[in-house]
Design a protein around this ligand. Structure first.
Ligand SMILES: Nc1ncnc2c1ncn2[C@@H]1O[C@H](COP(=O)(O)OP(=O)(O)OP(=O)(O)O)[C@@H](O)[C@H]1O
Ligand SMILES: [Mg+2]
Length: 320
């Protein structure tokens, strides 16, 4: 099975461990580490981890834009995990993403920089490449923000192109204006995974109750989505499909970094779909991926036994 991830705006993530830090003060940091990241890169890394530990045969390719100035850590990650490097290179440096993790408070504070400028010609180059790759993919995942120079309607445009090319499962995980435009477009992806805040902003209304949330997800199903995963942080996530809705409550885990919890959820859902699992089983797997990823720095799954133990602790509740 071939999976393509697209990260328009990857980031070199600098994670600083700073127990009990306070803004506006001099703080002592315990450790720092740099990881090649960005949402689609994380999904690719987690899918590659999964294929190694489960034996489910996935060939993962990663595309998007990468600055030539600091591509080394990305290329090393792709080599290490056996990911096909399909990134279009652009002049300049891929942005730095700063994450400050407070293990005492169990919190992560993110600073996201804007990213390298992309020209219209470079965007056309990427879109052409995606069209060429689409014919051989069993799934495609578009994830993350858009860099300067890439118009907000790009998600809607690429999702439509991939679905028209016949990619059997197209997933999208973005926010802000890109998500708003995608949700308003005539062609939705098969899978959407907003968190509750992102969905509220994109729809322009608050969704305080389960009934509001399920109704909002069902509007997206009516317009062509197949699975809507609505994540709620440590409270869990809903998965809504034409046949029903299920909520998964994650086990309690020791939080090392919540960076990439959503990406792990997307990787779990996509791998489950490709393995032919139904929505409830898929959400259960995805919740274990997310909880497991939280116990690690960077995008990585825990060893198989630990992941399976988490999977057994996920609680599923039926929605109405
Ligand atoms: N503290 C936690 N403990 C256990 N599981 C968690 C915790 N936080 C998040 N999760 C799991 O991760 C899933 C995704 O989390 P969340 O809703 O925060 O995604 P997100 O906001 O999209 O994250 P990201 O920053 O990666 O985009 C949740 O549905 C839940 O299953
Ligand atoms: Mg997210």
């Amino acid at each position: 099975m071939n999976v393509l991830t697209v990260t328009f705006n990857p980031a070199l993530d600098l994670t600083v461990q700073a127990p009990s830090w306070h803004p506006g003060q001099v703080n002592v940091a315990a450790a720092a580490q740099t990881d090649a990241g960005g949402k689609g890169v994380n999904v690719a890394a987690l899918l590659a981890d999964w294929t190694r530990q489960s034996g489910e045969p996935l060939q993962v390719s990663a595309s998007g834009f990468l600055g030539t100035g600091n591509a080394g850590p990305f290329e090393a990650l792709f080599r290490e995990r056996g990911i096909q490097d399909a990134f279009v290179r652009v002049a300049g440096e891929t942005r730095l993403g700063l994450k400050i993790v407070d293990p005492e408070a169990g919190s992560t504070t993110d600073f996201n920089l804007p990213g390298v400028q992309v020209s219209a010609a470079q965007l056309d180059g990427l879109l052409g490449q995606l069209r060429d790759l689409a014919g051989t993919q069993d799934a495609a995942v578009l994830a993350g923000s858009l860099p300067p120079g890439v118009p907000a309607e790009t998600y809607a445009r690429v999702v439509a192109a991939l679905r028209q090319s016949g990619v059997p499962f197209v997933a999208a995980d973005t926010s802000g204006e890109a998500l708003r435009r995608l949700l308003a477009a005539p062609t939705l992806p098969h899978l959407l995974k907003p968190n509750i805040h992102e969905l509220e902003v994109a729809l322009g209304r608050e969704l305080p109750t389960d009934a509001d949330r399920l109704a909002a997800a069902r509007e997206l199903l009516e317009r062509g989505a197949e699975w809507v995963a609505l994540s709620l942080g440590e409270e869990g996530a809903w998965l809504v499909w034409a046949g029903g809705a299920v909520k998964a409550v994650p086990p309690q885990v020791d939080v090392v970094s919540t960076v990439g919890a959503g990406d792990a959820m997307v990787a779990g859902l996509v791998s489950a779909r490709l393995a032919g699992l139904g929505p409830a089983e898929a959400l259960s797997r995805a919740t274990a991926f997310a909880a497991g990823n939280i116990t690690r720095l960077g995008a990585q799954l825990p060893p198989h036994d630990e992941l399976m133990a988490l999977h057994r602790q996920v609680r599923l509740q039926k929605g109405c």
